[in-house]
Write a protein that binds this ligand. Structure first.
Ligand SMILES: Nc1ncnc2c1ncn2[C@@H]1O[C@H](COP(=O)(O)OP(=O)(O)O)[C@@H](O)[C@H]1O
Ligand SMILES: [Mg+2]
Length: 288
């Protein structure tokens, strides 16, 4: 195809669409109520926790007030942000309705504007305890409602399952962000996840929407990564976010150092990609 004189072909991003420039977001004049986003994929190791931590940190850099809720008994989000998980009140206490106030579980992090509600292994017993509760799917929603006005966004880092805890997260959430690893079988299970989101929409939370699918651990040098991303775009079209998170050892290294990459490697390309993700979600209206 010959090009018209003076018209250059637009630069294509990794998802094959013309690369957008997401503007630096304006500062917020007032804060809250929070939009609640569940980071969800029943497959483990796809980047849910890493994205919760680093999206939380980049949104906080843009002046958003962020609460990250650790909703996985492994407690990786808490650990990755240097938040203690033992002998402290956790999300488990809030779910069980013991006499713990939500504000007493919230821990600030070294990133101003980013707070955490921690979790630990106790949470693994929660499903058993909650199964006979009245409105057992709505318990997390009721908990978060109490602090929603203090935050612009609440990120829920789900565990890798579609059990009652994840249903609670989807019932509390306004939106879902699905991280997908650019690897073989990435799409396996996503149909079931989408079906689960639809059931929750029908029965429990009519307002929930899919905020986007985030490709993670992308390696532009491998044909394999590019093929997987192409298949994901074919399957989900514009629901795939333009921002793609590359594979970088800075992410696990930062977690070991118990810091978000914004502190651990502020100028690194992968940190910039998490900043772009924050800007894209703000531009899409998923975050204020
Ligand atoms: N973009 C990436 N590049 C390289 N390693 C990554 C990336 N994202 C996550 N990881 C690492 O992969 C592992 C799984 O990521 P994690 O966020 O814990 O997934 P999940 O919460 O979905 O189980 C962790 O060791 C994490 O540090
Ligand atoms: Mg995790």
């Amino acid at each position: 195809m010959t090009e018209l004189p003076g018209l250059e072909a637009p630069e294509l991003g990794p998802t094959g669409r013309p690369a957008s420039v997401f503007p630096e977001p304006a500062a917020l004049k007032r804060h809250g109520p929070a939009r609640i986003i569940a980071l969800c994929n029943q497959k483990g190791g796809v980047g849910k926790t890493t994205t919760s931590i680093n999206l939380g940190a980049t949104l906080a850099e843009y002046g958003r007030r962020v609460l990250a809720v650790d909703f996985d008994p492994q407690g990786a989000l808490s650990a990755g942000l240097g938040v203690p998980t033992h002998d402290v009140p956790t999300i488990y206490d809030l779910l069980l309705g013991t006499n713990t106030a939500v504000v007493d579980t919230i821990v600030p992090t070294s990133t101003p504007g980013l707070d955490v509600i921690p979790a630990n292994i106790d949470l693994s017993a929660a499903e058993v305890h909650l199964v006979n509760e009245v409105a057992r799917e709505q318990i997390l929603a009721r908990v978060l409602r109490q602090v929603s006005d203090k935050y612009d966004v609440i990120l829920i880092d789900c565990q890798p399952s579609l059990g009652l805890l994840t249903i609670n997260a989807l019932t509390a959430a306004h939106g879902v962000l699905i991280p997908l690893e650019c690897e073989y079988f990435a799409l396996r299970g996503v149909a079931l996840l989408v079906e689960t989101i639809e059931k929750v929409r029908d029965r429990l939370n009519p307002a929930i929407r899919l905020d986007g699918i985030l490709a993670t651990m992308y390696d532009a040098r491998t044909l394999h990564s590019r093929e997987v991303l192409q298949r994901v775009v074919e399957a989900f079209g514009p629901q795939v976010l333009e921002t793609v998170i590359g594979r970088s050892v800075k992410l696990p290294d930062a977690s070991v150092a118990a810091e978000p990459v914004t502190l651990f490697a502020p100028e690194h390309a992968v940190t910039e990609s998490y900043r772009q993700l924050a800007r894209e979600l703000i531009a899409r209206g998923a975050v204020a």
